[in-house]
Design a protein around this ligand. Sequence first.
Ligand SMILES: [Zn+2]
Ligand SMILES: [Zn+2]
Length: 306
Amino acid sequence: MNISHLILNSSIAQGLDIIGDRWSLLILREAFYGHNRFEELIEHTGASRATLTRRLAALIDNDILFKRPQNPGSNRYEYCFTEKGLALSGPSLLAQQWDSLRSKNSNKPSIHHSSCNHTLRPKAVCRQCKQELLYDDVSWNAGRLQLDQQLDEIRLIHQQRRVRESKQQKAEADDLVYLIGDRWTLLILIVSFFGTCRYDDYIKQLNIAPGILAGRLKTIVSGDILSRKLYQENPARYEYKLSEKGKSIFPFIMSLRQWALEQLENKAPSPVLIHKPCGHALEVDVVCGSCDELPTPEEILLKNSR
Ligand SMILES: [Zn+2]
Ligand SMILES: [Zn+2]
């Protein structure tokens, strides 16, 4: 059966439903960099006032951000992270690192871990055995899950959300926000993580229109996230395999799943995903790569703000 759907569903899909559109991700990223005011967010995200207003309202509704007066009695506001929002610091750090390793755009502040006094290089680890999380170390078990309602939920999410093509997409294939902020791109990636590699299977699993699929695959291949290999001639048929760069997105997605499990569903992960080195159900922490400790939000400091 169709393992991809299991993983797509529930925690990951829920988490992404809240923060997984491009504008919300940009807003969260900039707020994380300390750009908390409306005008600053306009400047740094490039969103229109209407878009920013809508997305901020949704993030407040979902209890990710809250607003407070910039000064006592002021009617100008700043937007701050709630506890639930602060718990996104792990995924945010991983996303930030993924971008900075690949992007030419380096005018982001560097991040410092105050308790060990080193640059904070985030590392996703297995909560049980503390080993660094690698894509190839995770296996999944389809047998333990029930599918039907989950399938329906996913389809519903798709129907509710129309994803717009962006001309920027290709140019931004090295920017995680742009990659995962496109829902189809992200869904293709996730099912690829769980073994889907052929065109017809993507169509079956995602219920995606062939034209949309072809366009997204082209972008993803050009971004070197998936590579394309001929597996049959006449007619030509291709398989899509994760590149190392593609695999390097996995820890981020798993840390987002962890956030959703803990903050949205309040439940332990089901043993769908197994960390092979230790045999435990996969739970992910994002630690400081220098001291291997879990940084609290207060210990994460930004330097050289733009
Ligand atoms: Zn482990
Ligand atoms: Zn540290």
